[in-house]
Design a protein around this ligand. Sequence first.
Ligand code: C2E
Ligand code: CA
Ligand code: CA
Length: 485
Amino acid sequence: MRRHASQRALILELESAQDQLICVSQLDRLTGLLNRHALISNLQGMLSSDRVSERHLTLLFLDFDRFKIVNDSLGHEIGDQLLANIGQRLQTFVNRSGMGVHIDSKNLAARLGGDEFVVVLAEHAEQNVQRVVESLAAVLEEPYHLGETQVSSTASIGIVVNHGKYTDANEMIRDADVAMYEAKGVGRGGYLVFDTPMRERVQRRQQLEVNLARAIERQELRLVYQPIVCVQTGHLKSVEALMRWRHPQDGHISPAEFIPIAEESGLIHKLFDWAIFESCRQLLTWANSIEVAPTCSFSLNLSPRQFNDATLAHRVQQTIEDAGIDPTLIVFELTESVLMSEPKEALRILETIKRYGSRIALDDFGIGHSSLASLHRFPVDFLKFDRSFIKDIDKNRNLASMVNSISVLARNLGIVTVAEGIETPEQFVAIAELGCDLAQGYLIAKPGSAEDIVDFARSRESKVPTSTGANVFKGRWENSIALMT
Ligand code: C2E
Ligand code: CA
Ligand code: CA
């Protein structure tokens, strides 16, 4: 009899241990939410349900925007605490009813891993979904108190509403991930509902990424060069290298499309290594050409993403040195966004590049969050007014007076100004009057081959472009020209 009782106790204990095991294998250890495996099996169950109402649901894919920064700067322990707090808020949110919409006990919250979470709501009316997402975003935006620290974080949210089309849980999660990815592109804290063109865009990106990885070996990349001239004399002062990709099937693919893919995938480092090597090779060839050498400088574009590579400055220096090129001839063009994510690291890299003798151009000035403060924060040698700024320069007085004031300020700081995207003689005359030092654009020359640059330099040595009217200002720009030579 006694043996019987103890056996029963043992069985009960075993059963409870087994329950716990099942529970643990279904739950994410850090947050206590469902893990990926449990989410998929629960969701699959709902999508396969005989009851239509159960299949009609909405899935939200959440990715926290600044999680990596929190983790890197405050440490993994705080990072883990943040994730646990997010988990709690999501669980409370899905458990709660009310909020003007029906929130059901069938709602799920899961952590897929890292800072990626999924919420499943028994809801499929789109107006309601929007309201729920907004209230969820508000809940998540509230500051998190983690020990001594207070952290705020927004989430980018991709949304898939199932009106009955989805039968596969993985497919639904994947589409929501695609929408989240697009939402992130729009800016922090955004949300977007999935649609089919999104998937096509993502597929094209993935395809391009695969092809881009092979483009260097297959010799599908080349550099073209666009002249930058002195506004006053018309002489060639600099050349900007721009990358071109000719894909054997898809033909010419614009850098505006493939550079962001290269940045995202990390391929940008490889592309840049190729570009700087190729540039040095080209500079050595030009060195024999009296028209281009030795006063002409050479610009290369740097992506913001490259600044998370601490070896950047060293690699640049090594390549230039190995080629035996004078580093002062090289200008690196970059936009202010490099100062956004890791400003200290970016500045350290820039200062190393400067110490080495190369120069820095602030590119695309006038778009986004351009601010004059950058001119003080950056060790800048050139400021390039963006094409969008220059487009209406001859018609818009406000723009003109801004360009003029900035040019005066730049000159006082010893910074040379460049007007990009000059397409008409009127624009050229306007920027000359407003005090820009250098000009670049289709009016002067489109990006061309290395031979085109030699021809261009040759043609410019002998004559000043009288057709543009720039010679009217002759004699007033010695200082800026001196800076360039
Ligand atoms: P960006 O650095 O601002 O380069 C100037 C862009 O304006 C080039 O476009 C050039 O062809 C174009 N452009 C020049 N003059 C005119 C004009 O008068 N009118 C018009 N409509 N456009 C003009 P592209 O070559 O398509 O390059 C686009 C962007 O892609 C570049 O903008 C740069 O941000 C990026 N990019 C190109 N090559 C490289 C590279 O080697 N590395 C990196 N990181 N980015 C690159
Ligand atoms: Ca540029
Ligand atoms: Ca530019």
